[in-house]
Design a protein around this ligand. Sequence first.
Ligand SMILES: Cc1cc2nc3c(=O)[nH]c(=O)nc-3n(C[C@H](O)[C@H](O)[C@H](O)COP(=O)(O)O)c2cc1C
Length: 171
Amino acid sequence: MRALVVVESMFGNTLAVARAVVEGLSAGGVDGDAVPVTEAPSQVAPEVRLLVVGGPTHAFGLSREGTRADAVRQGGHPDGGADTGLREWLAALEPAEPGVASAAFDTRVRKRGIPGSAARGAEKRLARLGYAQGPTMSFWVNGVSGPLIDGELGRARAWGEELAGRVSADR
Ligand SMILES: Cc1cc2nc3c(=O)[nH]c(=O)nc-3n(C[C@H](O)[C@H](O)[C@H](O)COP(=O)(O)O)c2cc1C
């Protein structure tokens, strides 16, 4: 069984989480790749049974052109450039084939009382496209450029393994 993990990352933190999720999926028997959003296909391959998307939370939700430009001004250097984020990719994504599951994650700054999550924005869009709604998860960074809080990569791996268990059980 295969998964596709599509990731947007300006400073590398969400990418590191995505790679840990891929490791966890693989430990759970589901193979997949972490693909930068700038290179992700707009049609998910038929063998993919789980689509996972992950991105940084910008201005309480999915990034926009302006927030990505802001990140670049602050030293961000996304794979493939800052023209396309999850918001734009999801807007162009083809509807789901029946039975394909989804899950979404984001990275956010751990500060009490800051609302908003890119993952929830992504999951809402995936549900509209017909993906079987899956869990969302936030992973925490210490500041705009990171680093990830200690233990988050382990948590990401465990989350990936849990996702693999869910899609295997659904078959
Ligand atoms: C323009 C901009 C807006 C941001 N807005 C938020 C926000 O609303 N809430 C939050 O928790 N973090 C916010 N952040 C911090 C990002 O979540 C952080 O940069 C991201 O998790 C790092 O992931 P990356 O290394 O994959 O880019 C913002 C960062 C930028 C650059």
